[in-house]
Design a protein around this ligand. Structure first.
Ligand SMILES: Nc1ncnc2c1ncn2[C@@H]1O[C@H](COP(=O)(O)OP(=O)(O)O)[C@@H](O)[C@H]1O
Ligand SMILES: [Mg+2]
Length: 371
């Protein structure tokens, strides 16, 4: 069973805490993605699984075995790096076989594994070429092949698509997913790109400044980000954040107000907001959740002027001026919105996110979890 378990794992480099008290269970055959901005501790986490970094505190398990002191070569893992690190003077065949030769795997077995991997990755035609005679995408497939022939219990991949152009990235993304389906091996995949994380992960672990923020399936992170960081990091374009203030209404209700924006607070959230006047809350609105008000349900209402309109084809990204505040909305191009248009927009209530302005924790996710 190739589970990978972080149990309160910390990694320090001198004064720098690169990974801070990480606890996470990666299931057998899962495709787990570590995502977060540069420097948040993704590579360090992966290198600790690989055995390339000492662990400062905590326990790391692969299966039932504690591996803190197990050498990399005895961990039954294979790692694919961003730089393919192929041997330039060797053919593709020899690049694929090299690791197995070092491990003294019998020759017929090596030939079989190389031929299988070449089949899976469609590299059969290129086995006698040198890396410099291959495209970037083909080289990356050789790097993947070198990991596959090892038949490891766990694959580790660190930003393996970063050096590929956009189109090839999408293709190779699908190829890696196909590979995962076919091999049914545990994969731990590191990227700074939230789109890659969302499209590939069975589950995603979001990190910031060495700390795990939230772990869950893509849709859960998108629908119920537990804090402001995850809300802003997951989803593209990013969530808009607005500081809003509670204002009691004449009929005993409660609204959240900001210049040009108003939101009637539903009963279930009133308690967590505090009923008083002037309590401040951060509201989060995803660009894709804006609708033209005439057709909309109850929610947050916006009085806005369209500033810049970016045409994307099916949709338009509209930079709104809401009483001097810049807010991005994504609307169907059919509305034919033009710069300068006055707009009344709504974000439906179930799509509104509210965050405590001090702890930055989500009040809406907490309420959803409690109900
Ligand atoms: N060998 C090292 N020595 C000192 N600091 C390091 C070393 N490796 C990484 N760090 C620091 O640890 C933090 C996490 O780095 P890293 O895991 O590479 O982040 P990521 O892969 O998410 O971009 C960063 O602050 C980085 O500067
Ligand atoms: Mg990194």
């Amino acid at each position: 069973m190739a589970t990978v378990t972080f149990d309160h794992v910390t990694k320090k480099y001198g004064e720098v805490t690169a990974v801070d008290d990480l606890s996470l269970e990666i299931a057998d055959a899962e495709f787990m993605v570590f995502v977060g901005p540069s420097g948040c501790g993704k590579t360090t986490s992966l290198r600790m699984i690989a055995g390339l970094e000492d662990i400062s505190a905590g326990l790391l398990r692969i299966g039932d075995r504690i591996v803190n002191d197990v050498a990399p070569k005895d961990r039954d893992i294979a790692m694919v790096f961003q730089s393919y690190a192929l041997y330039p003077h060797m053919t593709v065949r020899d690049n694929l076989a090299f690791g197995l030769k070092l491990r003294k795997v019998p020759k017929p077995e090596i030939e079989k594994r190389v031929s299988d991997a070449a089949g899976i990755l469609d590299l059969g035609k290129y086995l006698d070429r040198k890396p410099k005679e291959l495209s970037g995408g083909q080289r990356q497939r050789v790097a993947l092949g070198r990991a596959i022939v090892r038949e490891p219990a766990v694959f580790l991949m660190d930003e393996p698509l970063s050096n590929l152009d956009a189109k090839l990235r999408v293709q190779t993304r699908a190829e890696i997913l196909r590979l995962h389906k076919r091999l049914e091996t545990t994969m731990v995949y590191v990227t700074h790109d939230q789109t890659e994380a969302m499209t590939m992960g069975t589950r995603i672990a979001v990190m910031s400044e060495g700390r795990l923020q939230q772990v869950g399936p893509p849709q859960e992170l998108y629908d119920f980000p537990v804090n402001r960081f995850v809300g802003g990091f997951i989803g593209s374009p990013s969530m808009n954040f607005v500081d809003m203030t509670t204002v009691p209404t004449a009929d005993g209700g409660l609204t959240l107000e900001a210049a040009g924006i108003s939101l009637a607070v539903p009963e279930r959230l009133r308690e967590s907001l505090g009923a008083g006047v002037g309590h401040s809350v951060i509201a989060g609105f995803r660009p894709e959740h804006f609708a033209i008000s005439a057709e909309a349900e109850p929610g947050a209402s916006f009085t806005a002027i369209a500033d810049v309109v970016e045409y994307l084809g099916n949709e338009e990204l509209i930079h709104l001026n809401v009483s001097g505040r810049d807010i991005v909305a994504m609307l169907s191009s059919e509305h034919r919105i033009r710069s300068g248009d006055a707009l009344a927009l709504t974000v439906p209530l179930p799509k509104v996110h509210l965050f405590d302005s001090e702890s930055l924790l989500s009040l809406t996710a907490a309420a959803a979890a409690a109900s």
